[in-house]
Ligand binder design. Sequence first.
Ligand code: XMP
Length: 327
Amino acid sequence: MEEIRRPDDMARITTPELAEAFIAEQIKLIKEQVGDKKVLLALSGGVDSSVVAALLIKAIGDQLTCVHVNHGLLRKGEPEQVIEVFRNQMKANLIYVDATDRFLDKLAGVTDPEEKRKIIGGEFIEVFAEEARKLDGVEFLAQGTIWPDILESEAGIKAHHNAGGLPEDLKFELVEPVRILFKDEVRVVGVQLGLPEGMVYRQPFPGPGLGVRCPGAITRDRLEAVRESDAILREEFAKNGLAGKVWQYFTVVPDFRSTGITDGKRTFAWPCIIRAINTTDVMEVTVEHLEPQLIDHLVKRITTEVPGINRVLFDYTPKPPATVEYE
Ligand code: XMP
């Protein structure tokens, strides 16, 4: 198949009208490409795969099967939102796989960050391939490849996350309906397709998920402390008008304990680190300085509501010298 490229003179999609025209055009192209055949999509709940899912549901309805793999490292409420939006509201064919135990068992005791990433990536492909093999007659694989992925892979910056990695017996033709779009355009199209704003304008979230925010060997209790503290941080950012303003914000719970006191009793528990950053290109990052009252409130909530936390720290380090994530 001929490589589809973004036309040099293509207008940036910034309005509902332009989004609507793009959607109509893609629906036509998807129907032409796929005919009456079946399409498979790994639906993470991220912006790109969600927009691809919504487009394909509109174009080919139940010829699409979405697989949502919960690796146990998602944020609080994420799998539930994917099920609510795609299965309940959009009536998609959605296979939900709770693979939490598989992932966490494989990760048990693994401390090396690269090794952790490899296990998470490898296991993801494994679970997805198992689900794909259970289905009959699927000929196409849909992907949320976007234009910067193509440009970056051509420039040798990174290999874009395409079918690369799927086992030999699974050979699919690719369907990539947003491959000529920039990220901001994908969001405009997503809103036009009726996806919730919270899903379309959400902050970046790494593939290995909370796994890289639970440094060292992941344990279920510390992972839960990351998830709960992250949920509190997101809730407070939303309440205080920071959710759409700050580029990325999250919590990290490192693997060491310190002494504290609660209700007159000694505690020996983890600290929770808050990271809130702004950037345009992620190469350089500055720190968002929070209001002292908000920090006080976060400290109070996190130390009282999250089991295993007795201190809250704030990461004031820009990138460089620190990266955004801890692993
Ligand atoms: P770093 O830590 O490299 O992060 O300064 C830069 C941005 O990339 C995100 N990130 C990832 N995204 N898979 C992803 O999809 C990954 O493995 C990954 N690692 C980092 C990070 O959240 C930040 O926005």
